[in-house]
Design a protein around this ligand. Structure first.
Ligand code: NAP
Length: 484
């Protein structure tokens, strides 16, 4: 249950060394999406506190970037260990405010912690290189330096991992940070930062504020001292923030929305495909940016796959995230339920068949749903559904599947199932996405670069590439003045 006496639960935000309320005392209430229970309040801060947070991060920058990589690494490693020792408490806070089943919340804590571990290791490997010079008595030296203050704005669907995936590399590189977590799930975020303080992150290196997103985003995008904006969320908000950052020419890392295809070819292992489809589609009740959003199934195996997939869906259990056996929790709020219902209604009206589910349940719950006979003019085809709804389309040729999969402005993840090596190579190359899962429905890991193409974003998080977003490359040409 919700650990209401946990020392990790915060009702204040962190600027410099102070955990503070909003200057006018305003607050935002946090609720459990499953029960609507009031869980707590966090400060409703705005432009004033947003600027103060940047002041604190700027003041802390010179000392933090001068720390040895080894010292920064040690703090990140300690923080990683603290996440693991406090895993159960963090997972319960997350299930309470976000709704995901406790087992998934535990998985997210481990996944979130893995970025701190990975970047604790990467921190020590950020050296540079010497390039053979073209002139005698000179050296071409290339080094990496901290980009500066990084602003981070994160979503509610992965309230811990989306923060550590940014803070790990930022701190490893020597950047300081200002963060605005989603107001729907601030308690997990504040708890993680509290553990960062316990791990020894110096004052001002991390500042986290909750409140008026618009006002906070405007201040951070306009402030020239902020050199990186790292945003995870919708394409609509990401594009708006990118435009606001243009006048101060910041580095941009944008992890945005997706519309992932999942293609099942006739040579696939269909039972495996159905299991991977479940993992890809129904994790977090369908509320992940890499969720399969459209299932394309080859005509010759269409009926067989649908039957296997339907059996797997029927085994899912909707319920409160704390209840034993729950595999599908609530959607995040009423608007998400309305959107899910609208997607099913639109598909149904245009000729889709509901093979399973299709209905909203009491509160914020929605039945896991299987839609067949889908067409491209139906809503789930063109918009991220972000709900436990699996729409299935029929196709005939490989060429057709690729063309239909790519017919979207998004390009985050794409999945397909096949046992034909030639096809695996051809289709992997042809799909327009930053992440490809072949016979695998779960692709997220700290060791691989995560990110999208087209309107799904810019830059990569995790892996070695994750360091690029928070570092600048400096080239120094050194002439050997004097004579031997
Ligand atoms: P969202 O509405 O774009 O919000 C994301 C964050 O931006 C929240 O902290 C939100 O704050 C803040 N925000 C909203 N409007 C803002 C503004 N005008 N200025 C500054 N900040 C603003 O997205 P969401 O509904 O939370 O998350 C779902 C979306 O995130 C989906 O599209 C999903 O695909 C995407 N996502 C992408 C990835 C990835 O790695 N590519 C990962 C996870 C999620 P408040 O909500 O507190 O106001």
């Amino acid at each position: 249950m919700f650990p209401k006496n946990s020392s990790l639960l915060k009702s204040t935000a962190l600027i410099g060394s102070d955990w503070r309320a909003a200057q006018d005392g305003a607050t935002i209430s946090v609720h459990n999406p499953s029960t609507c229970e009031h869980l707590g309040d966090v400060p409703k801060m705005g432009a004033i506190e947003a600027k103060e947070a940047v002041d604190a991060a700027s003041a802390a920058l010179p000392a933090w970037r001068k720390q040895t990589a080894k010292a920064r690494s040690a703090i990140l490693y300690k923080w990683y260990q603290l996440l693991l020792t406090n895993s159960e408490e963090l997972a319960k806070i997350m299930t309470a405010e976000q709704g995901k089943p406790l087992a998934e919340a535990r998985g997210e804590v481990a996944y979130g912690a893995s970025f701190l571990q990975w970047f604790a290791e990467e921190a020590k490997r950020g050296g540079g290189e010497i390039i053979p010079a073209v002139k005698d008595n000179t050296q071409v030296r290339v080094t990496r330096e901290a980009a500066g203050v990084a602003a981070m704005i994160t979503p509610w669907n992965f309230p811990i991992a989306m923060i550590t995936r940014k803070l790990g590399p930022a701190l490893a590189c020597g950047c300081t940070a200002v963060i605005k977590p989603a107001n729907l799930t601030p308690l997990s975020a504040l708890a993680v930062i509290e553990l960062g303080k316990q791990a020894g992150v110096p004052d001002g290196v991390i500042n986290i504020i909750t409140g008026d997103s618009n006002a906070i985003g405007n201040v951070w995008c306009a402030d020239d001292r902020v050199r990186v904006l790292s945003f995870t969320g919708s394409t609509e908000v990401g594009a708006k923030l990118a435009a606001l950052c243009a006048p101060t020419v910041k580095k941009l890392a944008l992890e945005l929305g997706g519309n992932a295809p999942f293609i099942v070819f006739e040579d696939a292992d269909l039972a495996l495909a159905a299991k991977q489809a479940i993992l890809s589609k129904f994790r977090n009740a369908g509320q992940t940016c890499v969720c399969a959003n459209r299932f394309y199934v080859q005509s010759s195996v269409y009926d067989e796959f649908l039957s296997l997939f339907k059996n797997e869906i029927a085994a899912l259990q909707v319920g409160d995230g704390f209840a034993e056996g729950t595999t599908i929790g609530p959607l995040i709020n009423q608007a998400a339920v309305e959107k899910a219902a609208a997607h099913v209604a639109d598909a149904r009206a245009k000729g889709a068949t509901v093979l399973f589910g299709g209905e909203r349940l009491e509160g914020h719950f929605f039945q896991p749903t299987l839609l067949a006979d889908m067409q491209e003019d139906m809503l789930p085809s063109c918009e991220e559904t972000f709900a436990p709804i699996a729409p299935v389309y029929r196709f005939d040729s490989e060429y057709e599947a690729i063309a239909r999969a790519n017919a979207t402005p998004f390009g985050l993840a794409a999945y397909f199932c096949s046992r034909d090596l030639g096809r695996v190579m051809r289709v992997s190359a042809a799909l327009e996405a930053g992440i490809i899962g072949v016979n695998e429905g779960i692709i997220s890991t700290e060791v691989a670069p995560f990110g999208g193409v087209k309107q799904s974003g810019l830059g990569r998080e995790g892996a070695q590439q994750g360091m690029d977003e928070y570092s600048e490359i400096k080239y120094t040409l050194i002439g050997y003045a004097g004579s031997a």
